[in-house]
Design a protein around this ligand. Sequence first.
Ligand code: ADE
Length: 233
Amino acid sequence: MDFHVITLFPEMFAALDAALMGRAQKGGLVAVHAHNLREHGLGNYRQVDDTPYGGGSGMVMRPEPIAAAIDAVAATRPGLTKILLTPQGERFDQPLARELAATCAGGIMLIAGRYEGFDERVRELVDREVSIGDYVLSGGELAAMVVIEAVARLVPGVLGNAESLDEESFGAGNLLEYPHYTRPEEFRGMRVPEILLSGDHGKIRAWRAAEALRRTARRRPELVAGRRGKPEP
Ligand code: ADE
C-alpha cells in the first residue's frame, strides 16, 4: 500500500524507515512518500500561511498551496483516498484502521497541517478528516505516522503472522489482549499462572479468552458493552 504525505516537514517521516515499517518498505509491501508543501508556497518566500480574516492570534494555512500539492500528487496517482489530519476529524481507532486497510487499495494521501489550523475551504478538498485523539499536537505529522503504521501493519505480509492480528488488543473480538508471560517462571516472587505451564492448549485458550474479557471489562468497560464480532467465550 502506498502512503503519500503532504507536509512542511518531510524529514520527520524518516522515522518510518526503522523497525517494522522499515522492513515493510524494503520488502516492497508498503511505500511512504513525503511531499514538501513548501514547494507549492506562494511568492518568493514560498508562503503557506497567513493571518486570519476577522482577526485573532496565530496563523492559518492558506488553501492554494495545499490544493496545489494535493493536485500535484493526485495527478499521477488518481486512486488515493485523501485524509486530512485534524483534531476535529473522526476518531482514529482499530476499526477505522481496518476499514482504511480494506478499502484504500489505491493508497492513502495524508495532509498534515501546522500552525493554528487550515482555511475552512481545505475541508472541501479531501475525502475524510481523521483525529488520533482528543488532544492538540503542533502539527499533523505524528498523527499521519500513527495512521500509516496502524494501517500498514494490517497489510497482508507486513506482520508475517496473520494470527497475531486476531489475538492482539482490538483484534477479532475488539477486546484488550490477554496477559503474556515468558521466562522466568518466577520473577521477584511473581509466578507465571500454572495453567500456562500445563501444556493443555484447550484450557489455555479458554483461560486467555476469559482473561481478555475480564481485563477489558475492568479497564475499558465501554468496549465490552459495545462488543462486536466473536461470541462470548
Ligand atoms: N493535528 C493536531 N492535533 C491532531 C490530532 N489530535 N489528530 C490529528 N491531527 C492533529
